[in-house]
Ligand binder design. Structure first.
Ligand SMILES: Nc1ncnc2c1ncn2[C@@H]1O[C@H](COP(=O)(O)OP(=O)(O)OP(=O)(O)O)[C@@H](O)[C@H]1O
Ligand SMILES: [Mg+2]
Length: 321
């Protein structure tokens, strides 16, 4: 991953008019950057504003304030759109076209010749595992197959940037794995990917970083590598022996010690204290049973950052001003 900036979002603010209820503020001075060739997970509860951010990136709706640029090119500039492939949250397809015809149609929007289109359609059907369904009408496709056609159409113009709105939603575990693999292969080809999701394990598995949108702002950007060595990690040491004396360690408040028969379980949030406990265990001749690090899961960070539990669909309170 190089460190050049792919997407730069500055002061993005968006509200929707809501009749007599007034204005509904969705994004409130949103600022963040996505680096070139990274996979970025865009998290947030229902109604947090993820789809709104994507629509603003694509120029489908206009911001009240703020700027978006792609590799230095303003989102207002139509040229920027040629760099983007987009999978909408609820893609709509012509149901009576076959898989191959649908992709051929999308390719035709990019002025490709017949030969180029044929090659492209074959390549994309193969990439998304739908070669067998090229001659089947989309109305006969399952949800997972439609989602695959959706990602194939997003790739038709070989975009530098992929914006995927809940690409894993509605997919079974195999379908989610296939989607993750497609996203990772796109990253290997040098593409930059931002996708929204409610499936935190998918985000954890494939993202370089993830941002959590709540109350119109990005509350936290988590780098997956940092999450692993997070300051919120806990070290747990388990050892066996008649007694373990840790009174020599001054910071008693940072140690939690539980004794179960001959087993001593010590946990601490400080790495240097964990090291000293290990030294004491060795010095006092106790047998080490295990040493483990429990890192904070992205889910915990998410719940904390969003300041709420992950709520069922539709239960997020709307904000009006
Ligand atoms: N055209 C619109 N007019 C009025 N309100 C809108 C409009 N589009 C979106 N909203 C409101 O903006 C808020 C954010 O919606 P958005 O679709 O961006 O959320 P989201 O994060 O994508 O949610 P989900 O996870 O459910 O897809 C919601 O409260 C929604 O009702
Ligand atoms: Mg959405």
């Amino acid at each position: 991953m190089t460190d050049s900036i792919a997407i730069d979002i500055k002061g993005l603010t968006k509200s929707f008019s809501n009749g007599w209820l007034g204005k509904k503020q969705v994004l409130n001075d949103l600022n963040f950057q996505i680096l070139d060739n990274e996979v970025f997970g865009y998290l947030g509860g229902n109604g947090a504003g993820k789809t709104t951010t994507f629509k603003l990136m694509l120029g489908l709706i206009r911001p009240d304030k703020g700027e978006i640029s792609f590799w230095g090119c303003s989102a207002k500039d139509r040229i920027s759109r040629a760099m983007i492939g987009y999978l909408p949250e609820q893609p709509y397809f012509y149901a009576y076209l076959t898989g191959a015809e649908a992709l051929d149609f999308y390719a035709s929007l990019f002025d490709m010749t017949g030969t180029e289109r044929k090659k492209k359609v074959g390549y994309l059907l193969d990439l998304v595992g739908l070669t067998h369904a090229g001659d089947t009408q989309l109305r006969k496709f399952s949800r997972g197959m439609l989602q695959r056609i959706g990602i194939a159409q997003a790739l038709v113009n070989d975009p530098k940037l992929l914006i995927l709105d809940e690409p894993m939603s509605g997919l079974d575990p195999m379908g989610r794995k296939a989607m993750r693999d497609i996203i990772l292969s796109c990253r290997d080809q040098g593409k930059t990917i931002i996708f929204s999701s409610h499936i935190i394990s998918d985000v954890e598995m494939i993202c370089d970083r993830a941002g959590i949108l709540a109350n119109g702002e990005l509350k936290n950007i988590i780098t997956m590598d940092d999450a692993i060595s997070s300051k919120d990690s806990t070290w747990e040491i388990s050892c066996q022996g008649a007694s373990l004396d840790l009174s020599g360690i001054k910071e008693q408040g940072a140690i939690k010690q539980v004794v179960r028969g001959n087993r001593h379980i010590i946990s601490t949030g400080k790495k240097d204290i964990a090291d000293r406990v290990m030294t004491e265990i060795n010095r006092q001749g106790l047998g080490l049973v295990s040493f483990s690090t429990a890192r904070k899961s992205i889910e915990e960070i998410y719940i904390q950052s969003a300041g709420q539990e992950i709520l069922p669909a539709g239960s997020q309170q709307d904000k009006y001003s």
